[in-house]
Design a protein around this ligand. Structure first.
Ligand SMILES: Nc1ncnc2c1ncn2[C@@H]1O[C@H](COP(=O)(O)OP(=O)(O)O)[C@@H](O)[C@H]1O
Ligand SMILES: [Mg+2]
Length: 400
């Protein structure tokens, strides 16, 4: 059995089939080389973690030390401390290996700072001192940031903080961010911090509010859907090379349109089609492709239902109407507010506030739109039965 090149259910690792993102990757590489802090933002499942995995793989080939910290489960000071301790621990041992390699090939002697209490180069953190949580976090961060410069001929370090917005949830007033900032500000040329996050609204506050710690200190980078041309090349290439099947452009374009370029949905769709084609050894008929797409849609209908179950009823209504009428240029017009939503100005205002904060909708120069193209699709087919969804999908795949 061949390896399915369309990876789903987890981020794509370095060396695994990854669709393009060449521009983003080269920007991030250049940023790392000049130690410019970057914050990569997008809604969930757009490929942030996968992209940064590609970056880290490249940097490792250039002899960087790299570490990705997943803060998605860090919801308290305690868990954050644990995560940072783990990070320092693994970095110290990586650094030690590098130092040993350097020692064996040259006469330069990088020195490891030893922990005075234990004389071990590992954690090097003196727990006997009574310090509070914030001080301990600062201490750990300082050690991480200072690692590349310590003693030897600096080996550069790239530290990725994934789902970084959780820092704001641990400390809603934003104080914790100042601790991170003060540590990162002291960085030398050999330390590159990258922040990733899927809660755009929170992250934007963290880097774009004048009163926030990282204001003007971090370059925001928005990750969009995958471009159509790149997806065609990617899918076509893998079907040809792996299975000898010439997948027609039109079919790839059709499914791309259905899912609005959503990286996860697209990769999922082609992963299923790949498995079926591998088994049958031929191009699957249109009906099968339609079935695959419809199953994904039905599955995601449940996913978004669960995701949105906490939204107020009014917000759900506005979300549906924005999806149907987007871009909504005049959201407080009689047409939209009264006729479409049946709402007063006050209730519409609070619905918009919730939806914006939850990153469900966003305001563009053209008007309000949904943030997530897959959610747009799910809402579009919301009132259809399965037969109608089949017809909807079929029409789009066949469309020239
Ligand atoms: N460039 C890409 N090429 C192919 N598939 C991708 C790409 N980016 C994302 N994906 C798909 O989307 C899924 C989610 O990616 P992930 O990196 O976990 O997103 P995020 O970190 O933004 O939530 C991956 O498992 C993969 O199926
Ligand atoms: Mg991720």
């Amino acid at each position: 059995m061949k390896q399915n090149p369309f990876i789903v259910q987890r981020p794509i690792k370095y060396g695994e089939p990854f669709c393009n993102r060449a521009e983003e990757l080269s920007y991030l590489t250049r940023a790392a080389e000049r130690s410019e802090a970057v914050c990569l933002l997008s809604i969930r499942r757009f490929g942030k973690t996968s992209l940064v995995n590609q970056l880290l793989g490249r940097l490792e080939e250039k002899k960087w030390l790299t570490l990705r910290l997943d803060l998605s489960r860090c919801i308290s000071m305690d868990s954050l401390l644990q995560e940072l301790e783990r990070a320092l621990f693994s970095l110290e041992s990586m650094w030690q290996r590098v130092a040993e390699q350097i020692r064996s090939v040259s006469r330069i002697r990088p020195k490891l700072t030893l922990d005075p209490a234990t004389s071990k180069p590992a954690l090097g953190f003196d727990f006997s001192r009574p310090v509070n949580d914030v001080e301990r976090i600062k201490h750990l961060l300082d050690r991480i940031v200072g690692l590349p410069e310590r003693g030897g001929p600096g080996t550069p370090l790239c530290l990725v903080l994934d789902e970084f917005q959780n820092i704001r949830k641990i400390d809603p007033k934003g104080g914790l961010e100042w601790v991170f900032r003060s540590a990162f500000q002291e960085r030398g040329h050999f330390f590159e911090p990258i922040f990733l996050g899927s809660e755009r609204h929170l992250l934007k506050m963290m880097i774009q509010d004048e009163a926030s710690a990282f204001f003007k200190g971090v370059t925001p980078m928005y990750l969009d859907v995958l471009p159509e041309g790149d997806v065609i090349t990617f899918v076509k290439g893998h079907f040809k090379k792996g299975l000898g099947i010439p997948m027609p452009d039109q079919v790839i374009r059709g499914t791309y349109r259905i899912f609005g370029g959503h990286p996860y949905a697209i990769n999922w769709f082609w992963s299923e089609v790949w498995s079926l084609s591998e088994r049958s050894g031929k191009m699957e008929p249109l009906e099968t492709l339609v079935d695959v797409a419809v199953n994904i849609i039905l599955n995601q209908r449940d996913y978004y239902d669960a995701l949105n179950s906490m939204l107020p009823i009014g917000a759900k209504k506005v979300l549906r109407e924005v999806a149907k009428n987007e871009p909504v240029r005049k959201i407080f017009s009689k047409d939209f507010m009264v006729r479409a939503c049946g709402m007063t100005q006050g209730s519409l205002q609070s619905a918009i506030k919730v939806l914006t904060e939850e990153d469900k909708i966003r305001k563009t120069p053209m008007g309000y739109i949904l943030s997530d193209p897959l959610e747009r699709l799910i809402i579009t087919v919301n009132e259809m039965d399965e037969e109608e969804i089949v017809a909807f999908v079929k029409e789009r795949i066949e469309q020239k």
